[in-house]
Design a protein around this ligand. Structure first.
Ligand SMILES: [Zn+2]
Length: 224
């Protein structure tokens, strides 16, 4: 075999090997890109306020001031905080107010918080407040006791219509997710899918769920 023929043979073999490797790499990445991975954000206890309650807690006509923007466009953490009180008269202080102002005041706590306060807050979707737990809010200018409004927010995933279509999901579907590389492998059921053009992809879980699985912000879960 001539030198040139040998070089050509080796070149062909190398190219064939590279091509085969590329194929194997594609085969590896394809399932990963199909995986329905969702980053996690842990929601600490917080309140959404209606202007009626803002007027009582912070003074008539008071306007919330922005501390920082949240991941979902338009949502923000306010500088304002309130204290929550229940029948056990044990205060939960420095509970963050989230803006913008809502039509109804909604208090979102964990089960652990509910036990601490002594209220029977139900697990609910955001906005589903009928028959939820009574709660007292205390601000610098006054306090208000709501006959209902305290909930344990359900597990939910915010996503855009593009993400929803890509994964064959629609608004208000319920899915099950499993943790990826979490300290304590966990499967979460009953996860509400919330679809809106305004939403960016993220799963919201409360501190009880996060702590149970050892999940932190930006960890990932996978929709099964
Ligand atoms: Zn959310």
């Amino acid at each position: 075999m001539s030198n040139a023929a040998l070089v050509e043979l080796i070149t062909r073999e190398v190219l064939a090997e590279l091509e085969a490797r590329r194929g194997r790499n594609l085969a590896r990445t394809a399932p990963a890109s199909m995986a329905k991975r969702v980053p996690v954000a842990v929601s600490a206890r917080h309140v959404h306020l209606a202007q009626r309650e803002i007027d009582i807690l912070f003074g008539p006509g008071y306007q919330l001031t922005k501390r920082n923007d949240l991941y979902q466009p338009g949502e923000f953490a306010a500088n304002e905080v309130v204290t929550l009180v229940g029948p056990k008269l044990r205060p939960l202080t420095n509970v963050r107010v989230l803006g913008p102002v809502r039509d109804r005041t909604q208090v979102e706590i964990s089960r652990t918080d509910a036990i601490y306060l002594g209220i029977a807050a139900p697990v609910r979707r955001s906005g589903d407040l009928a028959g939820s737990a009574p709660i007292t809010l205390v601000g610098p200018k006054g306090s208000v006791t709501l006959p209902e409004g305290a909930i344990i927010a359900n597990r939910h995933i915010h996503m855009s219509p593009v993400d929803a279509a890509r994964w064959g999901l629609k608004d208000n579907d319920e899915v099950t997710v499993r943790t990826v590389d979490a300290e304590r492998p966990t499967i979460f059921g009953g996860v509400q899918v919330r679809v809106s053009p305004k939403f960016r992809l993220v799963m919201h879980i409360d501190t009880d769920d996060a702590n149970a699985a050892g999940l932190r912000c930006n960890d990932e879960v996978e929709i099964r």
